[in-house]
Design a protein around this ligand. Structure first.
Ligand code: NAD
Length: 499
């Protein structure tokens, strides 16, 4: 079966100039579909559809736009399990986890349903004698949204929903590895009453992205993905005069202070480390044990890790699924192969996990959860984003050393501290150079009415995603200065206007 583009409100007919790419079920390792890979002519068709829809959508009353969001919420809510199955089959995450991703995407739909408030401008009466000033928000135009494989519904719902709420028209270029959820979302928008052409899904790879980056008809780029690509997108989009926000990779550290509840911290580390097989940008990938609790903490984390059940997405007893591709699996195995030679200690080794209970899973991209103790800078498993079910443990003597470790890391997406001491928690919040911080919360993804974004190599650009900040990204402010003088007040004055 082929996954087609969704252009101008319908699935596009096959274009002989397009290429195709295989889509796998990671649990079986078998190809289940092929996805169209857009050629220039497909991209042109999508851009033309988005351009044609822009004047009408821009002019649509805000209450009508909001109604689309309310309808979309109802559709997604009532068919949540259907969307979860679409996500899980191509991504591999267990159905429960896919349902969680949908809930977090819906938060932004709910936030956008209040667009009549978020699109308000400002008005200042009598800024100078007889002069009023007001500011409005207007859409940017045709916006391209480029999304990663790991949240095939949530990240599109973050970007696309806000862009549309703000009056833009959109070209969504989802990951080619799990493309079907994007089409499902586009179809749901259509059923919610969104006019044709406002949201178009174009499947493809770097070639499609490059075309969108270079097209002068695309005015803004939202990107979420790995750091090298984010950096490239940021530079290219800026060089082409576009507004751009590009969210990158992560290496999220969780500090456990000696006074923390060690059992609660161990639970949190396991949940945040291995949920979605570690393929979350907010996954905890390094636990920093401070002081003399390290041995006890490692033992408790290991005890819990050994009990985790890996399985197919549709096995209701499975807690974590496979990783996305064979290449990703091989890369993770590589980190484990070299861990001990690089000074680490493999406390739990995911290569040894017994997968025999998994039906039809022999060729699946499965790896068990792993713990690498004594991880430190200079070790590839510590320095690089693994994006798999591998938890590193770094041991330090003091709070200051822990903060120094985090603040010297290239990534700065999320972090957490586990402590019972309010003063330490407050100091951590003040000291730490990371965009999203959890205090006894391991995955501090902000709720929908705040915005989401990291610092340093985790975000290129200055505007965070979804929530209030993203209305700034997807609108241009226009300031209007107004005066209604009497004919008698008119005069020639070549001086610079002052009050
Ligand atoms: P990726 O960078 O490989 O791909 C992301 C998107 O970019 C895809 O649509 C892909 O088709 C496209 N792409 C890939 N290579 C490209 C290239 N060379 N030029 C132009 N476009 C290219 O990322 P991924 O593997 O799909 O997703 C995982 C990564 O995303 C991880 O690094 C993860 O940390 C990151 N991520 C970050 C956040 C965040 O909010 N910061 C959220 C989710 C995922």
């Amino acid at each position: 079966m082929r996954v087609s583009h969704f252009i101008n409100g319908q699935l596009a007919a096959e274009n002989s100039e397009d290429r195709t790419a295989p889509v796998f079920n990671p649990a079986t390792g078998k190809q289940i579909r092929e996805v169209a890979v857009a050629s220039t002519s497909t991209l042109e068709e999508a851009i033309a559809a988005a351009e044609a829809a822009l004047p009408g959508w821009r002019a649509t009353g805000l209450q009508k736009r909001a109604q689309v969001m309310f309808n979309l919420r109802e559709i997604i809510n009532s068919r949540r399990s259907e969307l979860a199955a679409v996500i899980s089959e191509e991504h591999g995450k267990v159905l429960d986890d896919a349902a969680g991703e949908i809930v977090r995407g819906l938060e932004n739909v709910e936030f956008c349903a209040g667009l009549v408030h978020h699109m308000k401008g400002e008005h200042l009466e009598q800024a100078a004698g007889g002069i009023d000033v007001h500011q409005t928000r207007q859409p940017v135009g045709v916006v391209a949204c480029i999304t990663p494989f790991n949240f095939p519904a949530m990240v599109p719902l973050w970007m696309v929903t806000t862009a549309i709420a703000a009056g833009n028209t959109v070209i969504l270029k989802p990951s080619e590895r799990d493309p079907s959820a994007a089409n499902w979302v586009a179809q749901a928008f259509k059923e919610a009453g969104l006019p044709d052409g406002v949201l178009n899904v174009v499947h493809g790879d770097k070639e499609a992205v490059d075309y969108l980056l270079q097209s002068p008809r695309v005015k803004a780029i939202s990107f979420v993905g790995s750091t090298p690509v984010a950096k490239y997108i940021y530079a290219e989009a800026a060089a082409n005069g576009k507004r751009v926000q590009a969210l990158g990779g992560a290496k999220n550290h969780m500090i456990v202070m000696p006074d923390a509840d060690i059992d609660a911290a161990a639970d949190a580390a396991v949940s945040a480390g291995y949920g979605s097989a570690g393929e979350r940008c907010m996954a905890i990938s390094v636990v920093v044990a401070v002081g003399n609790i390290a041995d006890e903490l490692v033992e408790k984390i290991a005890e819990r890790t050994r009990k985790l059940k890996v399985g197919r997405y549709d096995d209701p007893t499975a807690e974590m699924g496979p990783v996305i591709t064979k290449a990703s699996l091989d890369r993770i195995v590589g980190f484990l192969d070299s861990a001990e030679a690089n000074g680490g200690k493999l406390v739990v080794d995911g290569r040894e996990y017994d997968f025999s209970h998994i039906e039809d899973g022999a060729e699946g991209f499965f790896i068990g959860p792993s713990i690498i103790d004594h991880a430190a800078p200079g070790m590839p498993a510590y320095d690089e984003e693994i994006f798999g079910p591998v938890l590193c443990i770094a041991r330090v003597d003091s709070y200051e050393e822990a903060v120094q470790l985090i603040n010297s890391n290239q990534f700065a997406n999320g972090t957490a501290v586990f402590t019972r001491d309010g003063r330490t928690a407050r100091q951590f919040e003040f000291d730490i150079e990371v965009g999203m911080v959890g205090i006894n919360v391991p995955i501090p993804v902000p709720i929908g009415s705040f915005s989401f974004g990291g610092w340093k190599n985790s975000l290129f650009g200055d505007i965070h995603m979804y929530g209030p900040e993203s209305f700034n990204f997807y609108t241009r402010r226009k300031v209007v200065t107004t005066r209604w003088p009497l004919p008698s007040e008119s005069q020639i004055n070549l001086g610079f206007p002052t009050n």
